[in-house]
Design a protein around this ligand. Structure first.
Ligand SMILES: [Zn+2]
Length: 369
């Protein structure tokens, strides 16, 4: 059968809607089956992009209800007929195609959106992200627009910040008051021997912008305290806590609870580390685990206790992983779950965490679940 005959046969079976009909009757899910380059030049405002090549593989995730109404379009209204036919064969019952495609839509003067297209350099840099369907260009844009505050440019903050910068998290704030010391270098891989004496945040800014010149790194050389915490944290979407002391950890927790900001928690102790995500309103906070800090003599830090250098590397990278999942809105964040790692045994364990009804930080903020 010739293509023309095939199209005529499809037109007999697949309902076609004019752009005006599509504009006048919101309701059906609109699927754009064109290639990514075409999508980037403009698309219908409410459309979901599912390029023809991946349609059959991805449609069931995007549109799980086979009886939902779907309107497909392409550039001129032909590919969308073939695509609609493929969906009918998959069992979709209410599939239509927009006659004349995006061209006719534009010519009729209807609204369309132009997504921020990535430049050629970013397209190469993030190509391995964009290829993952769960990330894609849309996900990469979320990363590029995200604002993450990394508290501490030390053992945990170093690997976190490196991977966040590499991933293209577009706005990184690094807060730390300290300077690089030779004893830091066994684990704080943002820094180097040549930078001993330099403020850690400046050393971090240099390393991160060398790794990825396309992102903005703000060096905040200050001690996070009760006077500045709210102002600093308010400016970011989420916090990656890489601090090494209880005072700061509680301050980060309480401020994030107050501001409703996700707080990715990580901490280490010699050979053991732990990670969790405190998402206000959706799970416990740090004070639900430990309402108050242990006395100072029972809470020595790395400087006093020592730590295996690779351990904060592992925990900090797990924190970056959680931050990236939260930004992308994919996977299962470690909300209400504490993941622990024993470096000597080489084992992970997971513990369920519950909200404490009388938590001094979060109980009065949101109803306990
Ligand atoms: Zn709490």
């Amino acid at each position: 059968m010739s293509v023309q005959k095939h199209l005529a046969e499809l037109r007999d079976r697949i309902p076609e809607l004019t752009p005006q009909q599509v504009a006048d009757s919101p309701g059906p899910t609109i699927l754009d089956v064109r290639e990514i380059d075409e999508w980037n030049e403009g698309h219908l405002p409410e459309a979901i992009h599912l390029s023809r090549g991946f349609l059959e593989f991805r449609v069931e995730k995007a549109c799980p209800d086979k009886d939902q109404a779907l309107t497909l379009y392409c550039r001129s209204g032909q590919r969308s007929l073939f695509a609609a036919d493929a969906l009918v064969q998959l069992g979709y019952t209410k599939v239509a195609s927009m006659a004349g495609g995006f061209q006719a839509w534009k010519e009729a003067g209807h609204d369309f959106e132009i997504p921020h297209a990535m430049d050629a350099e970013s397209r190469i840099r993030y190509s391995r992200h964009v290829r993952i369907p769960e990330v894609g260009e849309a996900g990469q844009h979320k990363l590029l627009e995200a604002r993450v505050l990394v508290v501490g440019a030390g053992g945990l903050g170093s690997p976190s910040a490196l991977y966040l910068a590499a991933a293209g998290v577009g706005h990184l704030g690094i807060v730390d008051y300290d300077v690089v010391d030779r004893s830091n270098l066994q684990r704080q891989v943002l820094h180097s021997d040549a930078r001993i004496g330099m403020p850690k945040v400046e050393s971090a800014r240099r390393t991160l912008t060398e790794l990825n010149p396309g992102i903005e790194v703000l060096a905040l050389q200050t001690r996070l305290d009760a006077d500045n915490a709210e102002q600093l944290i308010a400016d970011y979407d989420l916090v990656v806590d890489g601090c090494d002391n209880f005072d700061t950890r509680y301050l980060v927790n309480d401020t994030c609870v107050r501001l409703g900001k996700p707080n990715v928690h990580g901490s280490i102790h010699r050979f053991e580390g732990q990670v969790s995500v405190f998402l206000p309103g959706q799970g416990p906070c740090y004070r639900c685990l430990h309402p108050a800090a242990p006395p100072a003599e029972l809470s020595p830090n790395c400087a006093e206790l020592g730590v295996l250098g690779v351990l904060p590397g592992i925990i900090g990278i797990l924190e970056a992983n959680e931050a990236i999942k939260l930004i992308l809105g994919i996977g299962e964040p470690l909300v209400g779950r504490l993941l622990t790692f024993d470096a000597l045994a080489g084992t992970f364990r997971e513990f369920g965490l519950r909200r404490r009804p009388d938590c001094p930080a979060c109980a009065s903020r949101t109803p306990a679940d």
